[in-house]
Design a protein around this ligand. Structure first.
Ligand code: ATP
Ligand code: MG
Length: 570
């Protein structure tokens, strides 16, 4: 390919529409252009990267027995109504009607489609396991599309679905996909962790998120440097923190005027924050009051509260709901409350001695609270409901956990028979017994992976692609393209490299050398080979490694071999 024919409109100015670095760089390097909020055109350079990532994904899916298909993007409402998700998917689903008034959606995901695809056709255990996948556009009307391809409304996803005859088979498929995902992201040159994740709305069994480590990421993860434990902050299980046993003092009510925050109480009573218990009040969809209690220095993890109580959503509570059970906002504790609230107490709170908690009346707290003695065990749920913090012990090895941020680029789930049951899709097992399929689903965001790669690999001058996913592996920059001798010299080298299968771009544009070099750095080709009057005179080439900035000079005779050698090292 010749740069003079390539449509790669680079920009010198930083576009105002972008906040995130990768988004800015993709616009500046002429990779993408916005069509509407969360909808983008991939220009030739971006599309080359997308194709390379897709190809890596294909190879790894195929290696595990995946078979590529292509399902329609537009899906009939009926199958979503059958599974029950038409009603629950909400505004994120893009819906449309055909000329006859029939309802459809633009696929946000394809569990219903793929499950009904095999309904009645895969009838026997002998046809299992089966893994089907596709790489296509998905549609989600995200509430806040942002950061370019990171969170868009139309995006390219690889989605694979596994069908097995039993849970054991499903877990083997899961392991295969976990391994394939690790290979995909390693081959893309990304630093990532497989993070234990909450299953979210999709339901089912276990799940990992493949998360690229980047400070700008939207996910917060806890990880251990000593072992391979990593979990999203919402999921991270926490061990109970035990306190040293103390002599129990008797419960006492004290005045705490205006002390409606834990800070104020701790200062007023002059106790360490670890000796205080705080409350967070919620209401579920039916208005039922849910009171969550954690240690003063801990935060409530709402997902864990949902899991512990079985509620579907949590809303901020109304003061009237608190008053109805005899509570008092800012001065809450489980002691002496009337029936009517669901009370969840963090397991660590149950290990405290002689602590401070609200007295359920204005301007008053209890001191010497020992939950094991003072909380009515019949009226409370004890569970791990706190948010992980840096320094918490690793649930696997006990070392201190670290916190970092990351970008979720892929997720693997076991679904069990949730969808096969809902859609009534069965097969006959070895004993001729009718069974529901055990399923898994596995997604990778292709565009988000490209954005994450940029987020992780860049410098002040632009993008730094790893070889495997670079739009071109090498650019040959001709300093003066008006000089026929330079062009001829460069073209010869270009052809030699091309014939060896190297993905090379010839920058033959009639631009100043400075402009070309800036573009090369901005776009981020892994290697730049420069042909200039000087290299022509000395019958050599200059090779610059984008990542390290190292510059090498090679004789023309040996340069192809040397260039290939450097490429292989990248
Ligand atoms: P998120 O939590 O970021 O909204 P998700 O968990 O809903 O994502 P999945 O259903 O697991 O996403 O989709 C699989 C993959 O598709 C994600 O890991 C991500 O790489 C990609 N993806 C999901 N939503 C978007 C989006 N709005 N824009 C770009 N890529 C996306
Ligand atoms: Mg996900």
């Amino acid at each position: 390919m010749r740069a003079s024919e390539l449509y790669a409109p680079t920009l010198r100015e930083v576009p105002a529409e972008a906040e995130l670095l990768s988004h800015k760089l993709m616009l500046r390097a002429g990779l993408i252009r916005k069509a509407a909020g969360g909808m983008y055109t991939y220009l030739p350079l971006a599309w080359r990267v997308m194709k390379k990532i897709s190809q890596i994904i294909r190879e790894e899916m195929d290696a595990k027995g995946g078979q590529e298909i292509m399902m329609p993007i537009t899906q009939p409402a009926e199958i979503w109504k059958e599974s029950g998700r038409w009603a629950v998917y909400g505004d994120e689903m893009m819906r449309l009607k055909d000329r006859h008034g029939r309802e459809f959606c633009l696929g946000p995901t394809h569990e219903e489609m793929v499950t009904t695809l095999i309904r009645g056709e895969v009838n026997s255990y002998k046809q299992l396991p089966l893994m089907l996948y596709q790489i296509q556009n998905k549609y989600r009307d995200e509430i806040r599309p942002r950061f370019g391809l990171m969170r868009s409304r139309e995006f390219v996803m690889k989605d694979l679905y596994s069908f097995d005859k039993d849970v054991e088979g499903m877990n083997i498929s899961y392991e295969k996909m976990y391994d394939a995902y690790s290979k995909v992201f390693t081959r893309c040159g990304l630093k990532f962790r497989a993070v234990e994740a909450d299953n979210g709305a999709i339901g089912g069994g276990h799940s990992h998120e493949f998360t690229v480590l980047a400070p700008s990421g939207e996910s917060s993860i806890a990880y251990c440097e000593n072992c391979d434990y990593a979990a999203s902050d919402e999921k991270a299980e926490l061990k109970v923190i035990t306190s040293e046993v103390e002599e129990l003092k008797s419960l006492e009510k004290v005045k705490t005027p205006d002390c409606h925050t834990i800070e104020m109480v701790k200062n007023f009573l002059n106790v360490p924050i670890e000796k205080t218990i705080k409350a967070v009040a919620f209401q579920d969809d039916d208005g039922k009051l849910i009171l969550a209690f954690v240690r003063g220095d801990h935060e409530v993890n709402e997902i864990k509260v949902l899991n512990a109580t079985g509620a579907l959503h949590l809303h901020m509570s109304e003061e009237s709901a608190i008053n109805a059970v005899g509570g008092c906002a800012g001065f809450m504790s489980p002691i002496g409350l009337k029936d009517g609230a669901i009370i969840v107490v963090d397991a660590t709170v149950m290990e405290m001695y002689n602590a401070v908690a609200g007295a359920n009346e204005i301007d008053a707290h209890f001191i010497n609270v020992t939950p094991k003695r003072d909380f009515d065990a019949k009226k409370i749920i004890v569970a791990d409901i706190r948010m992980v913090q840096e320094g918490d012990p690793c649930p696997h090895c006990g070392e201190s956990l670290k916190m970092t941020r990351g970008i979720e680029v892929g997720q693997v789930f076991t679904l069990g028979n949730k969808y096969s049951k809902a859609l009534n899709v069965t097969f006959l097992d070895e004993n001729g017994k009718e069974k529901f399929f055990e399923m898994g689903c596995y997604g990778i965001g292709v565009g988000r992976t490209m954005a994450a790669a940029i987020e992780q690999n860049n410098d002040k001058d632009g993008i730094i692609w790893t070889r495997a996913i670079a739009p071109f592996e090498i650019v040959i920059a001709v300093v003066n393209a008006k000089d026929a001798a330079q062009i001829e010299y460069a073209e010869k080298l270009y052809n030699e490299l091309k014939n060896l299968g190297v993905d090379v771009l010839l920058d033959d544009r009639q631009e100043r050398a400075g402009v070309k070099f800036k573009d090369c750095d901005l776009i981020g080709y892994p290697l730049r080979v420069t042909v200039s009057p000087k290299t022509l005179d000395t019958n050599s080439v200059e090779v610059k490694v984008r990542k390290s900035g190292d510059i090498f000079y090679y004789n023309r005779a040996e340069c192809v071999e040397k260039i290939c050698h450097i490429l292989n090292e990248l």
